[in-house]
Structures are given as C-alpha cells and as structure tokens.
Design a binder for this molecule. Structure first.
Ligand code: SAM
Ligand code: SF4
Length: 454
C-alpha cells in the first residue's frame, strides 16, 4: 500500500474535509501515515483566511522540498482555500506542487493523482459545485480520540462579509441530507463516540429539501413547504441517544433562531454553548463589514440566549481589530460590547486584507499595523479578565464532564469538558475515559477549571 500524509491548516472544516479526502484515497490504496518522510503522497489542506495562514503554509512547503529532491516520485498536492484562491498560479509560484484541488473537487483526487503518475503532468481542479456535500462518504477519522468527532452538515457561505475570502474559496451554501447526517452520527455512537460537533461556516442557515440542497435555489422556490431547518436537524440528532452530546459551530448571529435555542433548552445532551462571532461592537463598522446586524440587534440576540438557555450558557465570539477606518472610539465600543456580554472565550485577530474581497476593492486598509496590534492586545487582555470572572462562577459547583483522556501536562490527571465547553482537569481514576462523570470545581485560571471527582 502507498502512504498518504495529510496536513490540515485553519478551521475545523478543513480537518473534517481531510477525513473525507483520506476516505476517498483509502479506496485507491492509500494508507494514512503520521510520518511525512515515509509518504508517497503529501496533501496540504490550506487556509486563506489571513495572510499569515498562507505564509505558514508556504514555509511548510519548503520543508518538503528536500524530501522531494531525494524521492522524485513523491507527489505533493495543495487542497482547500489556498488552492481555490490561487488556482494554476500556485503551480508557478510553488514549483514542488503537483496537484491543486479546490474544496469541491476531492472526488476527482484519484484522477488527479493518476494523471501525475501516468502522464507526468501537473493536475488542477478548482471547479466549485452548487450541490456537492460529500454526503455518501464515510470519513476516515484522523488522530481521533475515539470519543469526539466532527460531522460536516453544510458547505460554502452566501454571506459576503466584506473582509472575508470564504465565499470566494468555498462557494455557495448547500446543505447535506439530514438522514445521512443522522446515519453518520448513529454509526459513530455505535462505535463508542460520545460527542459530535455539527460543522459548517453557518450551521444555522442549514436548509434542505428533497428538491434541492442549494440554499439560494431553495429560497427562490416559494412553493417548497417541506424544508428541513437547522433546528429540525439538531432535534433529529439529539434524539439518537441522551448519551450522545451534540455541539455545533459556527453560528452567524443573524441566523440563530429561537427554535434552535428552544432545542438546546429542551435536550440535555445538546450542549449549552454557542459560538456567536460579533466581529465588532460598533454599528458603523458592522455595517462596513456587511454583517447585516448592528450592536443593539446583536445584544438582543445575546439576551434571548440568556433568557431561554440561562446565564450559564457558554458564549464565545470572534473579533477583528483595526478594520478599515476603525477609530479609537469605535474600538472602545468593541471593548464595551465585551463588558456587556461577558464572553467565556474569544478568538481575536487583527484585520488582514485579503485579495478580491469587497473590503479590498472598496476600502482603504488604513489602520497602521502597530495600532491594529495594540487594539488586539487590549481586547485579548479584556477577554482574559472576563474568562477568569466567568470561570470563577463555577467554583464549588458540580459539573457533568465527558472525559476525553489524559491532561496534556501530566498522566496523573484527566481532562474533559463541561456542556458549556469549559476544559476541566482533575486527578486520574481508572476506567472513566469516554464516560460521563461529575466533578466539583475547586479552582480555575482564564483557560481551565481544576476539580475533583464527586
Ligand atoms: N462563518 C463564521 C462567522 O461568520 O462568524 C466565521 C468563519 S471565519 C473562517 C473565522 C473568523 O476569521 C471570522 O469570524 C473572523 O473573525 C476571522 N476573519 C475572517 N476574515 C478575516 C480577515 N480578513 N482578517 C482577520 N480576521 C478574519
Ligand atoms: Fe466569512 Fe462572513 Fe461567511 Fe463567516 S459569514 S464565512 S465571516 S463571509
């Protein structure tokens, strides 16, 4: 058997896609390896979201250069967003690359590989699809702990946030047949998995019907009444078994509905955790970002979450500092939004202009880098303060934890997460990995809770 090494960068969607790719190539006789030096085929699943992500990938390609010099038969392919963004250009820029395959062309990978092998030709397929969801492909789980797994439920994005490259690299929104999602979750549960995360760029705008799985076509077809919405899918998956925990990511604030919040409330196994990226706390900047909501609207959504699910519900966000023309006062609005919501966690970035996006074409990237970075460090400091305050609220309380394995730092400790997505470390006990246990929280820092088994 030939050896395949896949390296994934960026979001969970990319990791999930790599598992689909591994499954497609396994049927062609490729066995996964963790050691790139023994591989016959190296695939790098890439991210274009920020300039830095692309730079990291280009550096990694340099590492493969020496290997290829000593083993000319080695095939190197670039998959995902960077492949889609740069297309053939990537072959000229990175001479060691043999294959360029966009996110909707993974079924074609066996042909692309054959073309390189038999004809000694470079191969490119970056055609985006309106319908592809890879729904009948059972992913090969990569580096799995056997407890948690991702299930991709929709692909693409129709939102056109002005800063974001995703709509150009991942194409139109389409949703996967709900029955195929349920089947995949049931199979995972039968194999001992206890937690699944439903994945998509905008899971809450999931929409499926027997007529079409493409969101835009579906919305145009007014006669369709039998539409499966995200809340329906969430409920179907929640009903599989109360011992199967369900998470989902990412929710665009405009799409998360009361129905979804009610399903979270109704089912104990649907986790009390919502990732609700705000991006900014200022309404002018949000408009410029084309986020389709303003500050008050976003805060009302957070109120709904707290009213329906409760104040304990874990809420996290993404923020971008220094977006085009952002003033100091507008930056302070982001800090005050953070104060009001009191997020448990945030992913924070400074603005990175991406070629081809609306912002790159229409606005000037005019906030100097040192100011972007200073604002970023201010929101990071604020988030750390809030994370500690939120974590302190858990002390002396009992939480149901799904035990995931050993703590990173010591084999004498185990780790697991609460429903609210907080990581808990506690002294080891044999035979409980993959099981639910109750833990009493004794102390915390901004990232972790420390507890003892009840
Ligand atoms: N679909 C999700 C949403 O709407 O919130 C976000 C997915 S995106 C892959 C992840 C995050 O990357 C975004 O929420 C945003 O904060 C960040 N991001 C996207 N484009 C960026 C850019 N040009 N510069 C800096 N950060 C960016
Ligand atoms: Fe990018 Fe906006 Fe789509 Fe999220 S919703 S992937 S930020 S365009």
């Amino acid at each position: 058997m030939e050896k395949l090494y896949i390296q994934s960068y960026g979001c969970a969607m990319n990791f999930s896609d790599s598992e689909i790719v591994a499954s497609i190539l396994k049927k062609e006789g490729y066995d996964l390896t963790n050691n790139f030096e023994e591989s016959d085929l190296i695939l790098v699943n890439t991210c274009s979201i920020r300039e830095k992500a692309e730079e990291t990938i280009r550096k990694r390609l340099k590492n493969f250069n020496n290997l290829k010099k000593n083993k000319p038969s080695l095939i190197i392919g670039i998959l995902g967003c960077m492949a889609e963004r740069l297309k053939e250009k990537l072959l000229h820029e990175e001479k060691i690359v043999d294959i360029v395959a966009g996110p909707d062309s993974y079924r074609d990978l066996p042909n692309l590989v054959k073309n390189v092998k038999l004809n000694d030709e470079k191969s490119v397929n970056t055609i985006l699809s309106l319908e592809e969801t890879y729904e009948n492909i059972e992913p090969v789980r990569i580096n799995s702990n056997g407890i948690s797994a991702f299930i991709s439920i929709m692909r693409g994005c129709d939102n056109m946030c002005s800063f974001c490259v995703v709509p150009y690299t991942r194409g139109r929104e389409r949703s996967r047949n709900p029955q195929s999602v349920v089947r995949e979750a049931e199979n995972l549960f039968k194999r001992g998995y206890k937690e699944i995360t439903l994945l998509g760029q905008n899971v809450d705008s999931y929409k499926w019907s027997t007529i079409t799985n493409n969101k835009r076509k579906l919305e145009r077809n007014q006669d369709l009444i039998e539409i499966t919405q995200f809340s329906d899918l969430l409920e179907l998956v929640a009903k599989i078994d109360p011992d199967l925990r369900i998470r989902f990511s990412t929710s665009h604030p405009k799409d998360i509905t009361r129905e979804v919040l009610n399903v979270i409330k109704k089912y104990e196994n649907v986790c009390n955790y919502i990732h609700l990226p705000a991006q900014s706390g200022n309404s002018r900047i949000l408009k410029k970002m084309n986020r389709t909501y303003d500050r008050d609207w976003y805060l009302n959504k957070v109120d709904d979450i707290k009213k329906i699910i409760g104040n304990d519900c874990g809420i996290s966000s993404d923020f971008i500092t220094g977006f085009c023309s952002e003033t100091e006062k507008e930056h302070l609005d982001t800090l005050s939004l953070m104060d009001q919501v009191m997020y448990d966690y945030s992913y924070m970035f400074y603005y990175s202009e991406r070629p081809g996006t609306l912002a790159q074409r229409k606005y000037k990237d005019d906030v100097p880098l040192d100011i972007k970075k200073r604002r970023l460090s201010e929101i990071i400091d604020r988030q750390n303060k809030h994370s500690i305050e939120r974590n302190k609220l858990t002390i002396d309380k009992d939480y149901k934890i799904l035990v995931e394995g050993f703590s990173k730092k010591s084999k004498n400790y185990l780790k697991g997460r609460t429903s609210e997505n907080k990581m808990v470390i506690f002294p080891k006990k044999n035979g409980i990995v993959g099981k639910y246990v109750d833990v009493n929280i004794k102390s915390c820092n901004s990232a972790t809770l420390f507890g003892e088994l009840c």
